[in-house]
Design a protein. Structure first.
Length: 358
């Protein structure tokens, strides 16, 4: 007996890669701690890879964000993104708090935005909150000059209960998405930002980020909001979540952020005197090609070794990077000979991070 697959599912890419979201199962967290971080007035705080809390015109927020193990049962997820509302939250005009995902426009080219053949997409996810109501999801795109919003509504019907949501967004024929696509799950904010009309593409505006139905979960003391299982696929049908291996998900995340533990950097001692040696361009290859030349952060104490002696780096004079490697110039309390090869390593927290996020 031959089983026929409905044509609409074939059109919706049931075969091969379907989910255009990276780390939609919230499994990769290279930044480290799963513990709660206070939101404060910080504009962007990463909880895990590719997903962040983004805020605008925020004047005070003692709510928190963290990685949680609270997940919907029977779906294969192990982590979720959690935001907890604070007792002292305040906004300026058009202020907002969201969970935000950013993707490169080139990864969404198959949607054909900005053409007469622009396609409908389906965004699906699992959500749980202690505050029920009609929430807003803002699908945003940008072509380098014009930003476009399409706000969809979804309803959280039962408090503290995992619910599966799926949203269809019709393609926009007027503007491409050549630079980026962004998704904003709104959690609350000033009333001025809640003037959007659901279901239509409009030029981006501070007033059109969410609809007037959006509840202020973020300013409800102790309220919780959980998100996991995010999928974005072409077509009008939500298919089961595409589970990729952890290794695949990690490799996709490393285009944007890499954590290198216990790094060993190689360089050459170039000048000496009785107490110091300059080591030029200690180098370290990146794990994979990154989106752009990343910013570098060093955590731990640098030591330098030339085969005989160990010294301590007293000053990282400059850092450099390309999309494929990290480099640093250092000054060391160390006695060596000009031209000697040296190795440098970190003690303490033992990590270097490279950040090329959108």
């Amino acid at each position: 007996m031959t089983t026929k697959i409905p044509a609409e599912l074939v059109d919706d890419q049931v075969f091969g890669r379907r989910n255009l979201i990276i780390n939609g199962n919230m499994s990769v967290n290279q930044r480290g701690s799963d513990s709660a971080t206070t939101l404060s007035t910080t504009s962007e705080i990463f909880t895990l890879d590719r997903f962040r809390v983004e805020q605008g015109a925020i004047t005070g927020n003692n709510g928190t964000t963290e990685v949680s193990t609270d997940v919907p049962s029977g779906q294969g997820f192990t982590k979720s993104f959690k935001v907890t509302g604070g007792s002292s939250v305040s906004y300026g005009s058009y202020g907002y708090t969201t969970i935000n995902y950013r993707g490169e426009g080139q990864d969404f080219s198959q949607v054909l935005h900005g053409t007469s053949s622009a396609k409908t997409v389906t965004i699906s996810f699992w959500v749980k909150s202690s505050v029920t109501g009609t929430y807003s999801l803002n699908h945003t795109k940008y072509d380098g000059s014009t930003e476009r919003f399409n706000v969809s509504e979804y309803t959280i019907s039962q408090a503290n209960t995992w619910e599966y949501k799926k949203i269809n967004v019709v393609g926009d024929t007027s503007v491409a998405a050549s630079d980026w696509i962004r998704l904003y799950w709104h959690l609350g904010g000033d009333s001025l930002h809640k003037q959007a009309t659901a279901g239509s593409w409009v030029n981006g505006a501070a007033t059109a980020r969410a609809t007037s139905n959006q509840p202020n979960m973020s300013s409800t003391n102790g309220a919780t909001f959980f998100l996991t299982g995010v999928q974005f696929e072409v077509g009008d049908t939500a298919t089961p979540f595409e589970h990729r291996s952890f290794g695949e998900e990690l490799a996709l995340c490393e285009r944007y952020f890499q954590r290198i533990n216990n790094p060993m950097l190689r360089g050459v001692a170039t000048t000496t005197n009785t107490t110091t040696v300059a080591v030029n361009r200690l180098g370290l290859p990146l794990k994979s090609e990154m989106r752009s030349a990343p910013s570098i952060a060093l955590a731990g104490t640098f030591k330098v070794y030339d085969g005989l002696n160990i010294g301590t780096v007293t000053n990282v004079q400059a850092t450099y990077s390309s999309t494929s490697s990290l480099e640093a110039d250092t000054l060391c309390s160390f006695n060596s000979t000009a031209g000697n090869p040296v190795l440098s390593y970190l003690t303490g927290d033992n990590k270097i991070t490279a950040d090329a996020e959108l």
